[in-house]
Write a protein that binds this ligand. Structure first.
Ligand code: GDP
Ligand code: MN
Length: 380
């Protein structure tokens, strides 16, 4: 789950990472009021979950409260990379001397958190990595030992940070690491971390991504979710405890078990087709869950055929069949459905499915073959 800048800054603040004074607003008149409180000069920042807002015109400096209101109106009417601006952050203006990049993310190869720092902050770190990779300093952290003092000094040295700023920098990096750990983040990024003209280090921008798999440990985070930017089908799936990921193919998949779901997708690919989603309905899925899964798959207009692959262990095949029938009665689709059912109560399940709309297959290969043919317009 991606957090907005203003949300990430609130977390930073809790961990003693200095941020500019400011507040979030959703109407222009509020921007004027915040500007008055902050002494007049403010920066108005669109809160959308994409990078490069500055370049897209989503960040503007106002010299007084009146202009703050004008710019706020303008920015609140914008769409940035397809996302409507619903909120703005109104922050005090900071006079910048230098922009630094500082981020922590998961290094999946090392299986450790990695600190990434660069003296070339302010622009996309991917861009820096391409143009001047020598300007990027990386250091992995052993999660058992934590961030060691010598490592923090190495990073400060690595980005040629002047000694006078080390004390502030160390506090910020330590705070950022604690924020990253405490929230189960997969990214905690400050870009830019600025050195101000009056020699303070401040996080001018903030970006955090929280690991979705750890969200259950952070009920307070669920409230931070911006449902505008998440695929509605994925939100719906979460409600029913289904793991659904939308993909860009045209064969809908409904499978029990994540491993079997991946194998099903592989086999579809092997037969030359493309899955439209990953969907694990889990063990012991009853009729309601199956119906929800079917509706979610069909909410994607690209779907030309649905392949249902159930290996009944805990999940009873007759339950799945019942769910399927009630969902099909409900949804009324012309999309053909191919079913492979094996395991517990498979026979009962298949009997229930004797219906002209549903094609049954004995093996996964057969089911995949039929599905791919149907998706490419061939007859079954
Ligand atoms: P991003 O473009 O979405 O990454 O948004 P940022 O928050 O990183 O802002 C982009 C750029 O706007 C920064 O690199 C700064 O150069 C500039 N900027 C943002 N806030 C301020 C500010 O308070 N003062 C000044 N002078 N520039 C700012
Ligand atoms: Mn930025």
């Amino acid at each position: 789950m991606k957090l907005h800048e203003y949300q990430s800054k609130k977390i930073f603040d809790r961990f003693d990472v200095p941020i500019p004074k400011g507040r979030v607003a959703n109407i222009a008149s509020e921007a004027k009021q915040i500007a008055e409180e902050l002494g007049g000069r403010v920066v108005i920042k669109s809160q959308v979950l994409v990078g490069g807002r500055g370049k897209a015109g989503g960040i503007k400096l106002a010299k007084d409260p009146k202009q703050a209101k004008e710019l706020a109106t303008e920015i609140l009417g914008m769409e940035i990379k397809g996302l409507p601006v619903r909120k703005i952050l109104v922050d005090e203006i900071v006079d910048i001397d230098q922009e630094i990049y500082l981020g922590i993310t998961n290094d999946r190869t090392c299986r450790q958190p990695v600190v990434i720092a660069s003296s070339s902050g302010g622009i996309d770190i991917e861009e820096v990595a391409q143009i001047s990779p020598e300007k990027i300093f990386k250091l992995t952290i052993d999660p058992l030992l934590g961030l060691q003092d010598f490592q923090v000094r190495d990073i400060a040295l690595g980005i040629d940070l002047r000694r006078e700023y080390w004390k502030q920098f160390i506090k910020i990096l330590r705070g950022l690491y604690r924020a990253y750990l405490d929230t189960d983040a997969t990214l905690a990024e400050i870009n830019p971390l600025v050195i101000t003209k009056d020699k303070r280090l401040i996080a001018l921008d903030a970006k955090m991504i929280i690991d979705d798999n750890a969200l259950f440990r952070h009920p307070e985070m669920m409230e931070l979710r911006d449902l505008d930017v998440e695929a509605p089908a994925e939100i719906e799936a979460q409600k029913y405890g289904l793991s659904y990921i939308k993909l860009d193919g045209d064969i809908g998949c409904m499978v029990n078990g994540a491993g079997l779901a991946m194998a099903t997708m592989d086999i579809i690919s092997q037969f030359g087709g493309k899955p439209s989603n990953f969907l694990d309905i889990g063990g012991g899925a009853g009729a309601t869950k199956v119906a929800a899964a079917l509706r979610i798959i069909l909410s994607d207009p690209n779907v030309k055929v649905i392949l249902i692959n159930i290996f009944g262990g805990i999940t009873r095949c007759d339950e799945v069949a019942k769910g399927l029938l009630s969902a099909l009665a409900d949804v009324k689709t012309k999309v053909p459905v191919v079913v492979r059912l094996v395991g517990t109560n498979a026979e009962e399940g298949l009997k229930l499915l004797v219906n002209e709309k549903i094609l049954t297959a004995n093996t996964l290969a057969e089911a995949a073959n039929i599905s791919v043919r149907l998706s490419t317009g061939g007859a079954s």
